[in-house]
Design a protein around this ligand. Structure first.
Ligand SMILES: Nc1ncnc2c1ncn2[C@@H]1O[C@H](COP(=O)(O)OP(=O)(O)OP(=O)(O)O)[C@@H](O)[C@H]1O
Length: 295
C-alpha cells in the first residue's frame, strides 16, 4: 500500500493583507508513484511542498499524509520519519566529505545502529554514482554532484514519501539525464514521489501524474498524458516564414535558412500549418490559454 497525501482547502498568506494568497483553497489528493508538480514562478509549488513536509504552517485547511494529520505535533513527527525531502536550497557543510554529511543526516533521521548506517550510506553513494567521490570535501563538488548528494540524503532510511523541489535546475544535460533516470527508478509501487519542476520534459519522462498550480490555485490534476491531450487538435507547426495567429501561444520557434518556424497552440486553425500531436509542453500552454491567463 502506498501512502496518500490528502490536502483540503489549503490557504496560505505570507503577510496579512496580501492581495493574492500564495495558496488559495487548494484541494488535492496525491497517490503512490510519481507526480509532477508544475507551475510558473510564484505559482505556489514550494509553499505547498513546505506545508506538506511540515516546515510551514497553513492559515487554513488540512493536510493528512499517510493518515498523519500535520496540524498535530505527533503527526508532524510521524511524517518526518517516513519522509525524504530535497528542498530547492539544501544547506550542506562544505568542510564535510560526502560520506560524513550522509552519516550526519542518517543520525538525524534516527538510524542509530552504526553498521546499518554504514550499509545504507554505501547503498546511496552507489545509487547516486558518488562512491568514488565520497571522501572528498563537499566544497570541491560540482553542482550536479551536490544535487546527487541531495537526493542521496533524501533517500536515506528508505522513505515512503519523497518530495523534491526543482532537482534538475542548473544541471548540464548529461547530469540532468542521469538525475532523471535516478528519479524514475524511485517511483516504484512502494513510494509516493512528488517532483516539482519547471522542466516539462523531465515531468513527461518520469511522472505518470501531474498537478498544475496557477497563481496559488489548482489548474489541473490528472494524468500527464491527459494534460498533454488538452492541446489535442490545436497544436500546429507553421511553415517557415508564416506568422503566428494573434491569439496563439507560441510554444517554441526554430530558425533556419528558410526562416523561422513556429510551433503554436491555437484554438483557431492558422491560415497555414500542420496539425501535430501535442507534447506536455503544448498541453500546459493550452491549459493556461484556456484559463485565459497565458503568460
Ligand atoms: N517567505 C516568503 N515571504 C513572502 N512571500 C513569499 C515567501 N515565499 C514565497 N512567497 C510568495 O508566495 C508566492 C508563491 O511562492 P512559491 O515560492 O511557493 O512559488 P513557486 O511556485 O515555488 O515559485 P518558483 O517556481 O519560483 O520556485 C509568490 O508570490 C512568492 O512571492
Amino acid at each position: 500500500m502506498t501512502l496518500t497525501i490528502s490536502i483540503t482547502d489549503l490557504t496560505k498568506r505570507y503577510r496579512r493583507g496580501d492581495a493574492r494568497p500564495a495558496l488559495d483553497r487548494v484541494t488535492l489528493t496525491v497517490d503512490g508513484g510519481m507526480t509532477a508538480l508544475l507551475g510558473a514562478n510564484g505559482a505556489g509549488k514550494t509553499t505547498l511542498m513546505r506545508i506538506c513536509v511540515g516546515v510551514l504552517r497553513p492559515d487554513e485547511g488540512r493536510v493528512v499524509v499517510g493518515g498523519h494529520d500535520l496540524a498535530t505535533a505527533a503527526g508532524r513527527r510521524a511524517v518526518k520519519r517516513i519522509l525524504g525531502y530535497l528542498p530547492q536550497e539544501l544547506a550542506m557543510y562544505d568542510d564535510l566529505t560526502g560520506r560524513e554529511f550522509l552519516d550526519y543526516i542518517a543520525l538525524l533521521k534516527g538510524v542509530d545502529d552504526r553498521r546499518t548506517r554504514r550499509d545504507q550510506i554505501e547503498r546511496m553513494l552507489d545509487l547516486t554514482g558518488l562512491s568514488e567521490h565520497a571522501n572528498r570535501r563537499i566544497g570541491t563538488y560540482s553542482g550536479g554532484m551536490k544535487r546527487r548528494l541531495g537526493i542521496a540524503q533524501a533517500l536515506l532510511a528508505d522513505p515512503e514519501l519523497i518530495i523534491v523541489d526543482e532537482p534538475t535546475a542548473g544541471l548540464d544535460p548529461a547530469e540532468r539525464m542521469r538525475f532523471r533516470s535516478l528519479l524514475a527508478s524511485l517511483g516504484g509501487a512502494r513510494r509516493t514521489v512528488v517532483l516539482s519542476t519547471h522542466i516539462l520534459d523531465d515531468a513527461a519522462q518520469t511522472c505518470p501524474d501531474a498537478i498544475v498550480l496557477h497563481r496559488g490555485r489548482v489548474a489541473y490534476q490528472g494524468s500527464t498524458a491527459g494534460l498533454a491531450a488538452i492541446a489535442e487538435g490545436r497544436t500546429y507547426l507553421l511553415p517557415p516564414g508564416a506568422p503566428a495567429p494573434p491569439d496563439a501561444v507560441v510554444v517554441n520557434a526554430s530558425a533556419d535558412a528558410a526562416g523561422t518556424r513556429y510551433r503554436v497552440v491555437s484554438a483557431r486553425p492558422p491560415a497555414e500549418g500542420t496539425l501535430v500531436p501535442p507534447t506536455l509542453e503544448d498541453g500546459y500552454a493550452a491549459l493556461l490559454q484556456l484559463d485565459g491567463s497565458a503568460a
